[in-house]
Structures are given as structure tokens and as C-alpha cells.
Design a protein. Structure first.
Ligand SMILES: [Fe+2]
Length: 329
């Protein structure tokens, strides 16, 4: 007999409907199949229940007083914290326009009233399977982020580097008017770009700039190792070029692929600029921190010499300038 304590918890379903009879019926049906059911009679009560209970699936009535099901669904799908929770919209109408509104609001499925139990169970089963899958992917991603922070923690001098990078890279992506997916990739790339250093021994990692040629060869493997670790995850598709190519140089003298100018993926060029800036601005065992002005001069000069993308360097410093003005204003 299977050990019950090893079973996963029952999937949690939130039923949102302003009609108590409907709630009672749906709750009974779902409870009879072993689901853990909670209920809410308004959109606001639903929001509170979602924050508290993190449901795996939401059954949502379209017509409710105050905020409608469409509005609530739209809010949930806009919020990164809740957008992966599947939403089934329950509508009393079979009108095509209502479905289109539901699709626009981001609903994952529809059910018409009156609810047929077998149809309800089938929809719930398939969406919960999908949710289980995205949960697994999310936890793999979380593990990678934890590993990346572990790499950073091995070198006390780089503390906070990933977080700052993430923040700056995202700001610069927005400043350059990149699309939201690219901005997200930059934020993730800020944390994950050096994940491959996980396989670099401590004595090389902490040595700074005075590496022997052999040690250099090992160090130079970190972008490819990082890329290989993250490759199986489709969600990180746009982050892979950042990880692989964040040490390329505009003139082709970088690694691992020796790409030059616009061959270097744009997101890698963006992350690289903020990476260099942060590295120059912070103290390392082998060098003191530089001032902002000194860093700017150095980076502009290095860009002129062919290391970095001149245009992105210029955009980055104009962004920082703007931030400074806004902070003073
Ligand atoms: Fe790196």
C-alpha cells in the first residue's frame, strides 16, 4: 500500500461566484473528487484568498457585482505572482463575444452554465496537469537562481553584484525601449550570467587578474558551462545568448566565440556594459573601486579602442545621468 504521507497535497481550487447556490454545488462536486476547495463571493475576496492560499486553479464566474470576472482575470494575468495560475471562466452565456472578452482577459478555459460534472472534471484535470508542469519548471529555475547566488557568495568581493547587475540591466533594457521579454531576460541574465563559475575551482576564482595561461583557459569556459546548465529550460531561451556571449569584445578579441560588433547578441552587449561598470565601481582584492567619472572615462576609452559597443556605452551613461537629474529634482 502506498504511504499516504508521501502523496502530494490535494490540488487547491478557488471557486469565485457571487451566487451561494452555485458555490455550494461546485464545491460539492470538486470535493467529491478529493480537491481542496476554497470559495470567494467577490473579486476582492478572491484576491485576498489567492494571496493567502496560492490556489492551483481558479474557477471564475464572469458576472459579479462590482468587479467582473473579466477584470479580475485580467489583473491576475498581469501580475507575475499569479499569472501562471490557470483560470477557468464560467459563463452563463454562450455568446462568442463573451468568449473573446475572456480570451482577451487571459482566461485559460471556459465552462458554460449549467455545469456538467464530467466536463468540469475533465477541464480541471487537464489544467491542473499543466499547472503541475509549470510549477516544476519554476522550481528548476529557482534552483538555478539559488546556485548562481551560491557562486557569488564564494567570492565575498562580488557580493551584491548579481542583484545590482540585474537591476541596472533591466533599467538599461527599458531605456533602450526593448520589449518586455528582453527586459525579463536581462533581469535573469544579471543573476545567471556567471552561473558556469560553479565549476571553476576556488583558487582560480579568487585569484583575480593574475591567472596563468592554463588557469585562464579554465576560467574562459564559464560562459559555455553556464549556457549548458541552463539550456534544457525553455523559459531561459532568451537568457542563453547573454550567458554565452557576455565576454565577447566588439573587435572580436573576446571569448568564447570571438564574435565581433553586431554578431554579438544585443542582450549580451547590454549586460556586458553594466557588468563592466559594476566591476570597475567595486573594490576587488586586486584593485580599489573607481569613481563614477573615472569609470565613465575608462569605459568610453575602452569602447573607442574596440572592446565595447560605443552606442550602448553612451546610452548607459546618458541613462545614469538622467537618473541623477531625477534624483536631484
Ligand atoms: Fe563572466
Amino acid at each position: 500500500m502506498a504511504d499516504l504521507s508521501l502523496r502530494r497535497r490535494a490540488p487547491r481550487i478557488l471557486v469565485v461566484d457571487d451566487n451561494p447556490d452555485n458555490i455550494l454545488l461546485t464545491r460539492e462536486l470538486l470535493s467529491s473528487r478529493g480537491y481542496d476547495v476554497t470559495t470567494a463571493t467577490s473579486a476582492d475576496a478572491a484576491q485576498a484568498a489567492i494571496r493567502k492560499q496560492h490556489p492551483d486553479l481558479i474557477l471564475l464566474d464572469v458576472i459579479m457585482p462590482e468587479k467582473t470576472g473579466y477584470e479580475l482575470c485580467h489583473e491576475l494575468k498581469e501580475d507575475p505572482q499569479t499569472r501562471l495560475i490557470p483560470v477557468v471562466m464560467i459563463t452563463g452565456l454562450t455568446d462568442r463575444e463573451d468568449r473573446i472578452r475572456g480570451i482577451d482577459a487571459g482566461a485559460d478555459e471556459f465552462l458554460n452554465k449549467p455545469i456538467f460534472p464530467e466536463e468540469l472534471f475533465a477541464r480541471v484535470r487537464s489544467l491542473l496537469k499543466l499547472k503541475e508542469f509549470t510549477d516544476e519548471l519554476e522550481s528548476v529555475e529557482a534552483v538555478l537562481f539559488t546556485l548562481a547566488r551560491g557562486v557569488e557568495a564564494r567570492d565575498p568581493y562580488t557580493e551584491g553584484h548579481c542583484e545590482r547587475l540585474s537591476h541596472y540591466a533591466q533599467d538599461l533594457g527599458r531605456y533602450l525601449h526593448l520589449d518586455e521579454d528582453s527586459v525579463t531576460a536581462l533581469r535573469r541574465g544579471g543573476v545567471l550570467h556567471d552561473l558556469g563559475k560553479i565549476s571553476i575551482p576556488d583558487h582560480i576564482l579568487k585569484k583575480g587578474n593574475h591567472l596563468t595561461p592554463d588557469e585562464w583557459e579554465i576560467m574562459k569556459q564559464h560562459p559555455v558551462i553556464g549556457e549548458n546548465i541552463c539550456k534544457p529550460l525553455k523559459a531561459l531561451r532568451l537568457v542563453l545568448p547573454i550567458i554565452r556571449n557576455h565576454h565577447e569584445h566588439w573587435d572580436g578579441s573576446g571569448y568564447p566565440d570571438g564574435l565581433r560588433s553586431h554578431e554579438i547578441p544585443l542582450l549580451a552587449r547590454v549586460l556586458q556594459i553594466v557588468d563592466v561598470y559594476d566591476a570597475l565601481r567595486t573594490t576587488r582584492p586586486y584593485k580599489p573601486a573607481r569613481t563614477h567619472e573615472d569609470t565613465e572615462n575608462t569605459m568610453r576609452e575602452e569602447a573607442a579602442r574596440g572592446l565595447w559597443d560605443k552606442e550602448i556605452v553612451a546610452e548607459f551613461f546618458s541613462m545614469l545621468e538622467k537618473h541623477k537629474e531625477q534624483a536631484v529634482a
